[in-house]
Design a protein around this ligand. Structure first.
Ligand code: PDD
Length: 276
């Protein structure tokens, strides 16, 4: 496996990370997951802008310009023997003797490599099941931080219940999924939590918004409750890996007809046309 290690592409066994790297010790770093289709990185500029935003919010300087990082990611994709896949990219604050406070000097460490999660085309036809859980993560979910324990434990609840995702809520208000944004459709209108500190500003979420506009489907950034969710006509998720994914059961209860709904199917179709 090839790794982009700072600004060089090396073999995996050449990549060395210090045990006192703050990413390793504190989760002090940020990441992005970026899809590529037909060897073309999808929404690369938006991912680079979000990486830059996350870095700014944790007072970390990126080690290279986003243009340089983007160029190196493209080189990595050129090495892919498969046309479709994803890049996992992370930047940690780098090595410093262990101390919670920010080090006066540390050189951020960038690593990136190719992943090949298959496109979820079959699951998009049937839809998936989800469960719900209280959102116990921190209050800066707008930062794409390496600290993912809240998401990990939430996703595990889904796995243990034979579901694909855990939909999180704060005191009954739906925020997002453990690694997805969450939408419901009621009377042909799409609802999703507004962009603030409680959710990640998903790149796929923005694609959903643009596709909804194109299809003349009203798109409202308004929070809704778990009761609204259970009574929705349709529920769907969005993320780089799941693309747009219909949810047909939540906590064992059928949503709508129990099959992917009209609005969701339209969005899935438009998404496929867009990436093709
Ligand atoms: N997760 N919300 C959370 C908490 C996420 O972790 C993600 C992405 C999203 C969707 O964002 P986007 O559309 O930009 O992928 C929303 C990535 C894929 C991951 O952690 O693997």
């Amino acid at each position: 496996m090839k790794i982009l290690w700072n600004d060089r592409i090396v073999d995996r066994n050449e990549c060395r990370i210090d045990p006192e790297d703050r990413g390793y010790q504190f989760g002090d770093g940020i990441y992005e997951v970026i899809s590529f289709y037909n060897h073309q990185l999808f929404k690369l500029t938006e991912h680079m802008e979000r990486l830059s935003y996350s870095a700014g919010e944790i007072a970390m300087d990126l080690p290279y310009s986003t243009e340089q990082i983007a160029e190196n990611l493209k080189k990595l994709v050129e090495l892919s023997d498969k046309a479709d896949g994803q890049i996992y990219l992370q930047v940690t604050r780098g090595y410093a003797p262990r101390n919670h406070a920010l080090p006066e000097k540390a050189d951020p460490v960038l690593t990136a490599y190719l992943m090949h999660h298959p496109r979820p085309l079959d699951a998009q036809k049937t839809g998936v099941a989800a469960v719900t859980a209280e959102d116990v993560r921190w209050l800066r979910c707008d930062i794409k931080s390496l600290n993912l324990l809240g998401s990990i434990l939430a996703k595990q609840k889904a796995v243990e219940n034979g579901a694909s995702e855990t939909i999180l809520h704060r005191g009954g208000t739906v925020t997002e999924g453990s690694s997805t944004n969450v939408f419901m459709v009621k009377n042909n209108t799409i609802y999703t939590h507004p962009i603030n500190n409680l959710i990640l500003n998903g790149i796929t979420r923005r694609v959903v918004r643009d596709l909804a506009e194109k299809a003349d489907i009203p798109f409202r950034e308004e929070a809704f409750t778990t009761d609204d969710l259970m009574a929705a006509d349709e529920v769907f998720l969005s993320s780089t890996i799941m693309e747009i994914m219909p949810v047909v059961r939540v906590d064992g209860q059928t949503i709508g007809t129990g099959r992917p709904g009209k609005v969701t199917k339209t969005l899935v179709q438009l998404f496929h046309e867009f990436v093709n």
